[in-house]
Design a protein. Structure first.
Length: 333
């Protein structure tokens, strides 16, 4: 029995005794009846409240242990109803967090499986090349095999570095500056490492960028994003083709587009284009890991920008390549 009930019972007895001593038997009897009514009423209310609280705790235990959905819709008005409402909000938040953690857990497991597969493939090829190098006849053949081995190891190194950058972006640990950036400088910085590869493939790079085109962001990471997009275009562009980079500004945003004259993007690839480790149906065997565009979108989004893809079409409506469009919104003062 709760302290409040015991205290009320003692108070009723004391009031009845005082009435008996001060007035007489009739007054004491009236006080006793009134005290009994008050006591019974308070006892019923107290027991009902304790039953409500016990039911709430039982339902919370079921939610925590069995995962059942919690509902307090049958609670009456009053303090218990207010408590039930707050508990329902808390349980709903916990349910959302639990679902989010489960989703992230599944995503992490899938990512680890993809990473292990992507790394294992070139490493297995490198492992098979070692005996071939030992058995190579002549110095020229050995040099070719060593060069191929170096290429495989470079691909693995690039993949690991890219995955680390993506992990930092996801964790919010990648420092990005916010300052005026000239588009021409970012594009030049992005294309410089690709100059030799573009030349070897016979691909022409055309840039149409106004000198005063600027946006607010981080030049280093914007250049990284553009480099990955150009690299993707280069892998899908035909030999002797053209990649065009344009920039423009309006009152709302700075726009950067990277287009090629390749086969374009198939409809089945569009929904998955920026997913990690997704390689399109037109991807060539041994080229790319499917993380470049995912990293590019993460880097652009981290600076408050957007990245989207579309197909170009000729005058007759046939596909005439793909275009990736970056938009950095203007900061309003």
């Amino acid at each position: 029995m709760s302290r409040q009930v015991v205290f009320l019972a003692m108070l009723c007895v004391a009031v009845t005794g005082a009435a008996f001593l001060a007035v007489g038997v009739e007054a004491a009897l009236c006080c006793a009846i009134l005290s009994l009514v008050v006591f019974v009423f308070f006892l019923v209310v107290s027991l009902r409240r304790r039953a409500e609280i016990r039911r709430l705790t039982d339902e919370i235990d079921e939610v925590l242990n069995l995962g059942r959905r919690l509902s307090f819709s049958n609670c009456r008005e009053g303090d218990i109803a207010v408590l039930a409402n707050e508990l329902e909000k808390m349980v709903a938040r916990l349910a959302r967090l639990t679902a989010q953690l489960e989703s992230e857990k599944t995503s992490l497991a899938d990512s680890l499986a993809d990473i292990s597969h992507q790394i294992r493939t070139p490493l297995t090829a490198a492992e098979l090349m070692l005996p071939a190098i030992e058995r190579a006849e002549g110095e020229e053949q050995r040099k070719i095999l060593v060069r191929d081995l170096e290429h495989l190891l470079d691909r693995v190194s690039w993949l690991v570095a890219t995955l680390l950058k993506m992990a930092k972006v996801d964790a919010g640990a990648l420092h990005m500056e916010s300052r005026p950036v000239r588009v021409g400088d970012a594009v030049a910085r992005a294309c410089e490492p690709l100059a030799l590869s573009l030349d070897l493939r016979g691909i022409t790079l055309v840039t149409t960028i106004p000198d005063n085109a600027t946006f607010t962001g981080d030049e280093t990471w914007c250049a990284e994003a553009i480099e990955n997009i150009v690299k993707n275009s280069m892998e899908h562009c035909k030999a002797g083709g053209t990649i065009t980079i344009r920039a423009s500004e309006d009152t709302l945003a700075c726009h950067i587009s990277i287009s090629d004259d390749g086969p374009g993007i198939s409809e089945e690839d569009f929904p998955h284009l920026f997913e990690r480790f997704y390689r399109g149906s037109a991807s060539k065997e041994g080229e790319g890991f499917g993380v470049g565009l995912a990293l590019a979108r993460s880097l652009v989004s981290g600076q408050g920008g957007t990245l989207r893809a579309a197909n170009l079409h000729g005058e007759d409506g046939t596909p005439a390549g793909a275009v990736f469009e970056i938009a950095f919104p203007k900061l309003c003062v």
